[in-house]
Write a protein that binds this ligand. Structure first.
Ligand code: DHB
Ligand code: MG
Length: 226
């Protein structure tokens, strides 16, 4: 078939583009592939970030010279591995996971990736674990990818646990376009509340990017602490 030049993205074309960009720019990696496979094998939701987004997190951490990284929502540690591999010697990722079984699978995946020594998986709800991190050295990058209802709370903790210049990334800010709806349920309400914090709270300067990839139509917000 000739290659049509669609004015609007079709799922077939954006998946082809995702496969092309991923195949071009993201090297295949056994530990990352195994962490993705573990989700299905362990009956966990297959909602890890797309490879291009995992590498975006990795590059942001390197651009920011991040030594201390905080993640809220570990799942199977796919994004955690990307972040851990961005750290210099002595660097650390603290990643918070509410589901004990997810945390157990994540620890296995981190060990297989050879980064268990620089990642601390903290089991518990973000609302309970985040306050225990106060007083430690500030985090240089924070990735928020957990229950969307709590995005505003997690952003408040990101601001408290960071310092001016800390990079803050929020996953899933488009939700197949539902983000523009004011009656789309608690998760979308949570995404919108988080974006309102990024707009209104003077501690943040933020933007957002829509993404079309193997995870569908979604997006990431990227912010800096002022
Ligand atoms: C969901 C959560 C995520 O973090 C994600 O990347 C995709 C989907 C969800 O809860 O549906
Ligand atoms: Mg996500």
């Amino acid at each position: 078939m000739a290659h049509p030049s669609p004015h609007d993205p079709t799922a077939e074309r954006w998946n082809d583009v995702d496969a092309y960009l991923t195949g071009t720019l993201v090297a295949p990696d056994e530990a990352l592939s195994a962490s993705i496979a573990s989700l299905a094998d362990e009956g966990m939701p297959e909602i890890e970030v797309a490879p291009l987004t995992g590498k975006l997190l990795h590059l942001l951490a390197r651009i920011a010279d991040a030594r201390r990284v905080l993640e809220v929502g570990t799942l199977g540690a796919y994004s955690t591995i990307w972040l851990a591999r961005a750290l210099p010697a002595g660097g650390r990722v603290v990643t918070i996971e509410a589901e004990p079984h997810n945390a157990e699978v994540a620890r296995r995946n981190l060990a297989r990736a050879g980064v268990a020594d620089r990642v601390e998986v903290r089991e518990g709800r973000g609302a309970d674990v985040l306050p225990t991190l106060a007083g430690d050295e500030p985090f240089d990058l924070v990735f928020i990818d957990a229950d969307k209802e709590s995005n505003a709370l997690y952003l408040d903790w990101a601001a408290r646990l960071g310092r001016p210049g800390t990079v803050v990334v929020v996953d899933n800010v488009v939700r197949s376009g539902h983000v523009v709806e004011t009656d789309a349920g608690a998760q979308v309400d949570g995404v919108r509340a988080g974006l309102a914090v990024l707009r209104d709270d003077p501690r943040f300067e933020a933007t957002a990017l829509q993404t079309l990839d193997r995870k569908g139509w979604d997006g990431v917000a990227i912010a800096i602490l002022v």
